[in-house]
Design a protein around this ligand. Structure first.
Ligand code: BGC
Length: 735
């Protein structure tokens, strides 16, 4: 059978399985069928029916891709990230898993020709500061996944951006635990609303890609709780993901997936998490990870052994893994399946409105583009420009995307895919893939009166010559980032700084559009007219970039990561582990503790290039009437007025600025609001009390010291417009 037919057959089988999830359930008699019972109770009843082999079968499974020389994918699996066989005898459906951080993926075209909506990168989503868009995106991805037969989405990446070189920062949601946790939680909530299981990942401190299997993340307990763990905690509370994916790296000496402290004590103990822990693909190193809190081995052919198959069975027989623990593992999986409604006959094929999904992608890119500077008021482009040059970045073809397991084969096709090269298992991902949304084409459509000319930027002198003859020049500069590889530094690669230098020198009426996976240095900044951070803008990115440039969209993105002046503003100058041979463990010491990103800049009094939260608009906003109420936590309200001439969206931010005379900085609230000229609105937030607290390691609880708390309101972490204070009472909170 050809692969294509195999895929169709697998899809049909899986759709049957999804249907059977509800249908066959009705035929299988059992008390667990009663959907009036809680998911816990139903899981307990069903789990009791499992034989040892059936139970073990739920605890491991392969990557659903066939590798050269390896076995074929199991019957019933859909080619994609993962597969866990079901138990037809009891009506337990298979778990069909796909990567879905930015859309449903199709790795290596394993499902020939199958495409999906490509949402903008996580950093673009985070820049929207708009939780509703995260939710809508989650719903859209879940519908598409369900229509392809998947029921588990490997989404919900929430690792904080501790290092601007991290190759996966683009997938994640920036450097702040409240912003990242809220948006990840909303995206997960959207996915789970469609009766699809979501994950949250990669638990925890997978802060870099360099030698990620041997990186030992070192951090203090309180610092961890107040930063990355808090982002996970907020995301889990809001989104209720069915599964947590543990990470490749070690944390304080133990592998994340075999980390008793992280999995048993923090996640399942302190947080009372009821779902299951699945491993990352190739992250299991021993059978006794089961005792440390891991419930399921994913992508088993990437590990040295199928630890959770025969060896686990033997460990149970030998009594080294108690039968009760084995049952806990399968019960957790079944519980999440019941909680997501996988057994209850939900619609087999949801209606997928691809135009509506494209509109969501567009809205995320519209709101995610950050206008960093507009010094000369060049933007939005006035109608007068007759000759416009567009230079570099493959802007003629489309918009750049980030690579790795999150790579989406997008609707509309990928007009350019440039191999980067490389060796080993990750080499297949190493391609600069562009989504079919050409900024050049979109600009031409919006500027019919102008002559828009493209130059590919390979020769800076040629680009500069064209720039000289033009009224306006728009330069695209790309930083491609990929899973499995960090950027060596934060410079724009492949001579693009020289190109920008030459072009901006030739014509001061220039606009630089950055398509990056994180912050980059801008040695040419003072020569530019305007700079936009467009990130990886997804399937409709070219339209959004052109709409922002021409003023159809009023920019409202805000930076979810600090842009530094250079790497010397970060704690680690050299990338830990760079150049080390495989299997050589090394420490990544997170000495900044919970002072990630802007918090560290504030603590050290450093001035960044652009602060966290920064982003300009074509209108102006004023803030007044601040009220700060204390008590158990802080309640803050103030008024926002659009004082300009255009409708626009603002994302005012509320920061804790100090406690009892001690300076600190923490985002405690934000809101995205849309205001017409002259319109005003009151914004009110109630701070999550954990954001005011310190984690007390000894007492294993959050502790808020009573006293005076300072609050500031502003358009970024560096600009204060309003300030106030209130008394907060001493209290402790459960961990
Ligand atoms: C990634 C995960 C992904 C998994 C399955 C791993 O390499 O770290 O994020 O879900 O592969 O594709």
């Amino acid at each position: 059978m050809k692969v294509h037919q195999a895929f169709k057959a697998a899809l049909a089988t899986s759709l049957c399985l999804t249907a059977f999830a509800g249908g066959a359930m009705a035929q299988v008699k059992g008390a667990w069928q009663n959907n009036k019972l809680s998911p816990d109770e139903r899981a307990r009843l069903l789990d009791a029916e499992l034989t040892l082999d059936e139970r073990i079968g739920l605890l491991h499974g392969p990557m659903a891709l066939s590798f050269p020389g390896g076995p074929a994918i199991p019957e019933g699996a859909i080619p994609g990230a993962g597969y866990i066989a079901g138990v037809p005898r009891l009506g337990i459906p298979a778990l069909t898993e796909t990567d879905a951080s930015l859309g449903v993926t199709n790795p290596g075209n394993a499902r020939p020709g199958d495409t999906a909506t490509a949402l903008p990168s996580g950093l673009a989503l985070a820049s929207t500061f708009n939780p509703k868009l995260a939710y809508d995106g989650g719903v859209a991805i879940a519908k598409e996944a369900a229509s392809k037969g998947f029921n588990v989405l490997l989404a919900g990446g929430v690792n904080l951006a501790r290092d601007p070189r991290n190759g996966r920062n683009f997938e994640y949601l920036g450097e702040d635990p409240l912003l990242a946790g809220t948006l990840a939680g909303e995206s997960i909530r959207g996915i789970e609303s469609q009766n699809i299981i979501s994950t949250v990942k990669h638990f925890s401190l997978n802060g870099q890609e360099t030698n990620r299997h041997w990186a030992n993340s070192i951090i203090g307990e309180a610092a961890h709780r107040e930063s990355d763990l808090l982002a996970f905690q907020i995301a889990i509370e809001r989104g209720q993901p069915g599964s947590v994916m543990c990470a490749y790296n070690l944390v304080n000496g133990d592998y994340s997936c075999g980390n008793d402290h992280l999995l048993n004590k923090v996640l399942k103990g302190d947080w009372g998490y009821k779902g299951w822990v699945m491993s990352d693909w190739g992250a299991v190193h021993a059978t006794d990870f089961a005792l440390k809190g891991l419930d399921q081995q994913s992508g088993q052919q990437l590990d040295q052994q199928i630890w959770f198959g025969e060896p686990l069975k033997q460990a149970v027989a030998a009594g080294t893994v108690p039968a009760e623990r084995l049952s806990d593992m399968s019960r957790r999986i079944l519980r999440s399946m019941f909680a997501a409604g996988l057994f209850d006959g939900k619609p087999v094929t949801p209606t997928v409105d691809l135009n509506a999904h494209a509109a969501i992608a567009k809205q995320v890119s519209d709101e995610g583009i950050v206008l960093l500077t507009n010094n000369k008021g060049l933007l939005p482009l006035a109608g007068g420009a007759k000759k416009i040059a567009v230079i570099g970045g493959h802007a003629d073809a489309g918009v750049l995307s980030g690579a790795g397991s999150s790579q989406v084969t997008s609707i509309g096709g990928n007009p350019a895919s440039i191999p980067v090269g490389g060796e080993g298992i990750m080499a297949m991902w190493m391609k600069q893939v562009f989504h079919n949304s050409s900024p050049l084409k979109a600009l031409k459509e919006r500027l019919p009166e102008a002559t828009v000319t493209f130059n590919d930027g390979r020769y800076p002198a040629a680009a500069a010559a064209l720039a000289k003859q033009s009224d306006i020049v728009i330069i695209f500069a790309n930083q491609w980032m990929a899973e499995g590889a960090d950027a060596f530094d934060i410079s724009l690669p492949q001579g693009q700084n020289e190109l920008i230098e030459a072009v901006t020198t030739a014509n001061p009426n220039n606009i630089v559009v950055l398509q990056t996976g994180g912050p980059v240095a801008m040695p040419w900044l003072d020569k530019t007219g305007a700079v936009l951070a467009a990130w990886y803008s997804g399937q409709k990115g070219g339209d959004s970039i052109a709409d922002v440039i021409t003023g159809k969209v009023n920019p409202s993105g805000r930076l979810p990561v600090t842009f530094p002046t250079g790497l010397d503003q970060y704690p680690r100058q050299d990338l830990p582990g760079w150049g080390l041979p495989n299997k050589q463990q090394f420490d990544v010491v997170y000495e900044e503790g919970s002072d990630v990103g802007y918090r560290r800049f504030a603590a050290k009094g450093m001035k960044p290039l652009f602060p966290f939260g920064h982003g300009l608009s074509y209108t102006t906003f004023a803030y007044d009437k601040l009220k700060v109420k204390g008590g158990e936590t802080l309640e803050v309200s103030f008024q926002v007025t659009n004082t300009g001439k255009l409708q626009g969206k603002d994302a005012p931010q509320i920061y804790l600025a100090g406690a009892n005379g001690q300076k600190l900085q923490r985002l405690i609230g934000f809101e995205k609001i849309d205001l017409k000229p002259g319109e005003r609105r009151t914004v009110t937030i109630k701070a999550d009390p954990r954001l005011l607290a310190r984690f007390d390691e000894k007492g294993r609880q959050w502790h808020i010291a009573g006293g005076d708390y300072d609050v500031v309101v502003g358009p970024s972490a560096s600009t204060t417009v309003l300030s106030g204070k209130a008394k907060v009472s001493e209290r402790t909170l459960k961990p």
